[in-house]
Design a protein around this ligand. Structure first.
Ligand SMILES: O=C(O)CCC(=O)C(=O)O
Ligand SMILES: [Fe+2]
Length: 236
């Protein structure tokens, strides 16, 4: 068993943690097969053209547990993952959903963003990201960039605010890696150069956090509401 207390401390310091070889190759190979089976290689985009253009986000979501694809329960039920989540959040938390995010070759990834408004430090989501393939500069692109400590810094800088990207960390998760990422922490996904890129997100939140906390995403140039497909605020 990993040292969950040490990882929890690191999570609260940095706003994220990356643990390699967390899941077995057998499990993530199975997930990757199911994912490819579902998407094929040229799935249509689920988001509106306006959102894709303005936000520079090109990912297609899939919610396998909602469709009863049973094998995706294994990660939810993983004892070590639960213990780690518990160590980070204390005992009051709940699982939101699992969402596979697929990106085609040649797409832009995701621009810098926060998953939800950082107005209340007690209200946030945590991304528990499972990687079912190696993600690296040479073969796939699509690395995840994160800004250490930014979960304590309020709103992500607007396009005209100073934003020192030299302090960002580039994560190149491997098949079987787990990344835990605080929803207020600034993060982005680099352009996808390989055939495709997938990550699977088992989102959780402290108990009492609204289920739809991630309905409003914060980008440098706008605040966007997914359910109404509308720009709530232009930022400049
Ligand atoms: O796929 C990733 O590595 C990160 C995706 C992301 O932005 C998120 O999970 O909120
Ligand atoms: Fe995100």
């Amino acid at each position: 068993m990993i040292n969950v207390q040490a990882y929890a401390k690191q999570f609260w310091q940095e706003g994220f943690i990356h643990i390699e070889n967390f899941f077995s190759a057998e499990l993530v190979d199975l997930y990757n097969e199911k994912i490819i089976e579902h998407f094929g290689m040229t799935p249509d985009f689920a988001h509106t053209d306006e959102f894709i253009k303005k936000s520079a986000v090109e990912v297609i979501p899939w919610f396998p547990q909602r469709e009863g694809v049973k094998c995706f329960d294994t990660v939810s039920e993983d004892k070590t993952l639960r213990a780690l989540t518990q160590a980070i959040l204390g005992h009051d938390w709940y699982e939101q959903y699992s969402m596979v995010m697929f990106s085609k070759q040649g797409t832009v990834g995701q621009a810098w963003h926060q998953d939800c408004l950082p107005t209340d430090p007690k209200q946030f989501n945590i991304n528990r990201l499972v990687y079912t393939m190696d993600i690296d500069q040479a073969y796939t692109g699509g690395q995840t960039m994160v800004m250490p400590g930014s979960h304590r810094q309020g709103l992500i800088p607007s396009p005209t605010d100073a934003f020192d990207q030299s302090k960002a960390e580039i994560l190149s998760p491997k098949k079987g890696s787990l990344v835990l990422l605080h929803g207020h922490c600034f993060h982005m996904v680099k352009p996808v150069t390989g055939k495709y890129r997938v990550s699977t997100n088992y989102r959780v939140a402290p108990k009492g956090t609204p289920e739809n906390i991630t309905d409003i995403g914060i980008y440098r140039n706008m605040i966007y509401q997914f359910s109404t497909q509308s720009v709530l605020e232009e930022r400049n």
